[in-house]
Design a binder for this molecule. Structure first.
Ligand SMILES: Nc1ncnc2c1ncn2[C@@H]1O[C@H](COP(=O)(O)OP(=O)(O)O)[C@@H](O)[C@H]1O
Ligand SMILES: [Mg+2]
Length: 238
């Protein structure tokens, strides 16, 4: 099933489409409504910003888009195919080949060098020849400006550099979609600009880039800015 979807990749405009999606968390005897009736479309070549107060549901939305989290009602179409009822194994296969994640805390493995961190997602991708892995990792690190740092361990890199390793790692399997959840949350202003710039470059080369951020700086880079207000997604008038 997922192979068919990947084949359809280049032919579809809509990369991701949510149709009347709602999500609540049930804990003990309490129900927390997080997202309510969200309909939205994401395209390639675009940089989207998702803003909103802490606890407004930004991570929940990104995790749904990233096939990490489920939802209660509604429909999710990835490349025009409804994936709402896909099994876990199909979802993880789709995720591996199509989606690169970047997190606030970088999530690098401290025992691995920069290039080894970038290789990790390639280990489960049979489409990438094992002999090519290191070469590809170094190319990706070079593309984010870390050619001279490929042999460094994470604790030998600045926060901004670590996040650039995480960007290179997100690109390991050449996904069409990049999801970044507060990628600059742990960085100072200069490094924040650097990371937004790198993410913008990725949308310029055709990726669909979705960035959750508290920072107003993200608006300078975004083609569209959304805000989550009371569980719904609204366009932010700039
Ligand atoms: N696993 C969970 N169980 C119960 N409530 C959760 C869970 N994950 C998130 N929430 C709640 O859902 C709301 C939205 O969370 P989240 O998507 O993480 O917000 P944001 O990323 O905007 O800060 C919050 O009120 C949070 O407490
Ligand atoms: Mg969050």
């Amino acid at each position: 099933m997922s192979e068919q979807i990947i084949d359809r990749l280049e032919k579809t405009e809509h990369i991701m489409k949510l149709d009347h999606v709602s999500k609540s968390y049930k804990s003990k005897n309490r129900i927390v409504k997080v997202l309510s009736d969200i309909s939205v479309d994401f395209h390639s070549h675009k940089f989207y910003a998702i803003m909103g107060h802490s606890g407004s549901g930004k991570s929940t939305l990104v995790n749904i888009l990233g096939l990490i989290d489920s939802f209660d009602i509604g429909k999710y179409e990835l490349y025009g195919t409804n994936v709402s009822n896909f099994k876990d194994i199909e979802l993880s296969n789709l995720r591996m080949k199509n989606i690169g994640f970047i997190f606030q805390g970088f999530h690098l493995n401290p025992t691995l060098k920069a290039y080894e961190n970038v290789i990790v997602p390639m280990l489960i991708n049979k489409d990438i020849n094992p002999k090519e892995r290191k070469k590809r990792a170094i190319e990706l690190l070079t593309s984010v400006g870390l050619k001279e740092r490929v042999d460094h361990f994470p604790n030998e890199l600045s926060g901004g550099e670590q996040q650039r390793v995480a960007i290179a790692r997100a690109l390991a399997n050449n996904p069409k979609i990049i999801l970044a959840d507060e990628p600059t949350g742990n960085l100072d202003e200069k490094h924040e600009q650097e990371i937004f710039h790198q993410l913008k470059e990725l949308s310029n080369i055709g990726k669909c880039v979705i960035v959750v951020s508290h920072s107003n700086e993200v608006k300078k880079y975004a083609d569209r800015v959304f805000k989550i207000v009371d569980g719904t997604l609204v366009g932010d008038d700039r």
